[in-house]
Design a protein around this ligand. Sequence first.
Ligand SMILES: *Cc1c(COP(=O)(O)O)cnc(C)c1O
Length: 211
Amino acid sequence: MLPSILERMSAAAHRVGRDPTETALVAVTKGRTVGEIESEVLRYGHHILGENRVQEWRKKAFELEGVEWHLIGNLQRNKVKYCTGAHLIHSLNSKRLADALEAYGEKRDHLFRTLIEVNVSGEVSKQGVDPEGAPELLRYVRSLDHVTVEGLMCMAPYHPDPEAARPSFRTLRVLGERLKLDVLSMGMSSDFEVAIEEGSTLVRVGSALFE
Ligand SMILES: *Cc1c(COP(=O)(O)O)cnc(C)c1O
């Protein structure tokens, strides 16, 4: 339930002397119906939601008002034209995608706000640029007028022990410090408390909300 997730987030922040208001919850609603979203998320007054797939997101966005939408999944270039309603895109992972956002942003006079997705674990199955490649992508995006980078995002490898994710989160935090980017999107249902201990400012929690 959402209130218990917020309590756990707050406790994790206090454990390391962080202010709990520094970390926001992105309630991941992929695969959930509008009814489930209303009864498990919105009714608690929570309006920060995340979706993976553009098509599924657009249907829900059409039905739900007053939501701050975060796009967290891999974004195809031919879908950027549907994404002007997103508050933040967490998955900027290539120059080609940045170019597509720039082209559409210019056409519509829209500024896309993004996070660079970093493959901190080096797993081949994961999206994202290598940590070594992030500075170059950041420099590139800064040369564009309709895309801005506000921070970094990562997914830790799945592991039953949340402690296993800590090195990945630490890598992202250190990279954020180096690049002077304040927003860190890291932590999911299985590891969001460790992510907060390591400096996360946005946790993306799905399944734990609907248990
Ligand atoms: C589904 C998803 C989440 C949420 O995962 P849970 O384990 O359900 O909390 C977070 N981030 C991304 C990118 C996702 O696809």
